[in-house]
Write a protein that binds this ligand. Structure first.
Ligand code: CA
Length: 515
């Protein structure tokens, strides 16, 4: 097994080398320079990432210190979870939208991070958490006085309000404060801003403009659909959706005007791509939650199990090259845990993620195979740089819970061609070698084998077929009818993938890209 996977990496390199003439021919054009990016984003929890001043808490200088690692992984952008001051460890309740959490460093540190990232061709987006503020934000402290103008920045219960109503997120919607009750759909520490108040819209828009002026490349928009969906009955209300979309369209227009190309990706938790589609008129992308669940289901069961149907709906709903697929994020159990620690299933999940069109998101440590189950802090554990969890720079913000050994670390994996890290590097490299994997229009062919996942990707110059063998048994696929045009293995995760007599032969868990 060791020899086989090492050989497969070599084979993938040979396959790339085989394409050198066409790549070289186009190498001088600006379009090719731009297409050398993978389009892969990498989500970082700064507290857990890398500590440079010895206090045990990850910091912005630690992100800068590890940019070379991210560059070697091949990502083209990073998403920093909240970096603003906050009373919580996670930062999703902000007390100052214009400042840096002092535990993470200074604004000068952040400016240096931006410069160093951009120098390496890595974009930086930051979490913008504006559905709500912290209950310690000066705006909310002022709002407690009904005569203060900030009172109208938040929502307060009236005489007919049902104070026991549930919120759209399942908790309690209203929270007592003196003789008043305010809206906080997540917790009482997170009072919801009232976006019908023009001053709120102006303040949020101005905050966004200031970060773009500093040089950030865009925002991940926390709880984007809850700006106007506060209660369960509003979640599927088309009028509420339109109010959400109208606000985010105006915000998007303001951000694009401030910085052309600013990237806005929204957290919109829905179960079907058809519910995500309207958001593509207001934002650049929204995370593909339904696809995340399906990829893990298919990898874990070794069966297609509805993946074809879902990809068909995605192809019909989401503009080409705009999807934001992922496997798991800071709110979900880590994918390796969801797959019960099965490394082959994890590799298949990653292979599918990184051969799907759009801009995929990788959660830090996923590429090492880190595990993590709920509660939430255990999903956000220190990045494992060294075999020794007390090694230099390791965050010590919390103890490890998952029981991953020293083998799950950058030190152990970085020079090992069989490692999960090498697997991720190879797959991200595929996206740089073949931009159609990133930008192509998606089409799902009819394939009569429940152990295969297959899709076609097409752009102006390329036409490829991606095929994954989800199972532990060899599988074949007849390249007939519309698939007969694919007759060459361009990229392969295993050396023995072959086409003979119009049939594709794949060994267990193999992934290929055909031309
Ligand atoms: Ca530190």
């Amino acid at each position: 097994m060791i020899r086989r996977i090492a050989t497969s990496l070599l084979f993938a390199l040979i396959a790339l080398a085989g394409s050198a003439p066409s790549a070289a021919a186009a190498a001088s054009s600006p379009a090719t320079m731009a297409s050398a990016t993978s389009g892969v984003w990498y989500e970082i929890f700064v507290r857990a990432w890398y500590d440079t001043d010895g206090d045990g808490i990850g910091d912005l200088n630690g992100v800068t210190a590890k940019l070379d690692y991210l560059q070697s992984l091949g990502v083209s952008g990073i998403w920093l979870m909240p970096i603003n001051p906050s009373p919580s460890y996670h930062g999703y309740d902000v007390t100052d939208y214009d400042a840096i959490n002092p535990q993470y460093g200074t604004m000068a540190d952040f400016d240096r991070l931006l410069r160093e990232a951009h120098r390496r061709g890595i974009k930086v987006i930051i979490d913008l958490v504006v559905n709500h503020t912290s209950d310690r934000h000066p705006w909310f402290l002022a709002a407690r006085d009904p005569k203060d103008p900030h009172h109208a920045w938040y929502s307060w219960a009236g005489p007919d309000t049902d104070l026991h109503a549930a919120s759209a997120t399942g908790g309690q919607a209203w929270h007592a404060l003196g003789g008043q009750h305010y809206l906080g759909i997540f917790t009482g520490e997170m009072p919801d801003l009232d976006f019908d108040t023009p001053a709120v819209r102006a303040a949020v828009t101005d905050a966004g403009r200031r970060w773009l002026a500093r040089g950030v490349d865009g925002f991940r928009l926390d709880a984007a659909r809850h700006v106007y969906a506060d209660f369960p009955e509003q979640v599927d209300d088309p009028a509420i959706l339109q109010r959400n979309l109208a606000w985010w369209s105006s915000f998007h227009a303001a951000m694009t005007k401030a910085r052309p190309g600013a990237y806005l990706v929204g957290e919109v938790t829905r179960d079907d791509p058809r519910q995500l589609a309207p958001w593509y008129g207001s934002l650049d992308a929204v995370f593909d939650f339904p696809l995340a669940a399906q990829l893990i289901r298919s990898a874990g069961s070794e069966r297609n199990h509805g993946l074809d149907d879902l990809l068909g709906r995605i192809a019909a709903s989401i503009p080409a090259g705009r999807d934001a697929p992922f496997l798991s994020n800071h709110d979900q159990e880590r994918v390796m845990s969801q797959l019960d620690g099965n490394p082959q299933h994890m590799r298949l999940a990653a292979a599918m993620l990184l051969t799907l069109p759009g801009q995929p998101f990788v959660y830090y440590g996923e590429e090492l195979g880190m595990r993590g189950r709920k509660p939430d802090p255990d999903l956000r554990e220190p990045m494992r740089w060294h075999r020794d969890p007390r090694g230099t720079g390791e965050s010590r913000w919390k103890d490890f819970s998952a029981g991953d050994g020293p083998a799950v670390s950058v030190d152990a994996e970085q020079d090992d061609a069989r490692s999960m890290l090498a697997w991720y590097r190879m797959l991200i490299g595929w996206r740089r070698a073949l931009p159609v994997l990133r930008d192509g229009a998606l089409r799902v062919p009819a394939v009569d084998n429940r152990h295969l996942a297959a899709w076609e990707l097409t752009d102006a110059g390329h036409d490829v077929l991606v095929v994954h063998n989800l199972s532990h048994q060899p599988q074949t696929l007849e390249l007939a009818g519309p698939l007969a045009r694919f007759n060459r293995v361009r990229l392969a995760s295993q050396p023995d993938a072959s086409i003979a007599d119009g049939r594709l032969h794949l060994s267990a868990y193999a992934s290929v890209v055909l031309q």
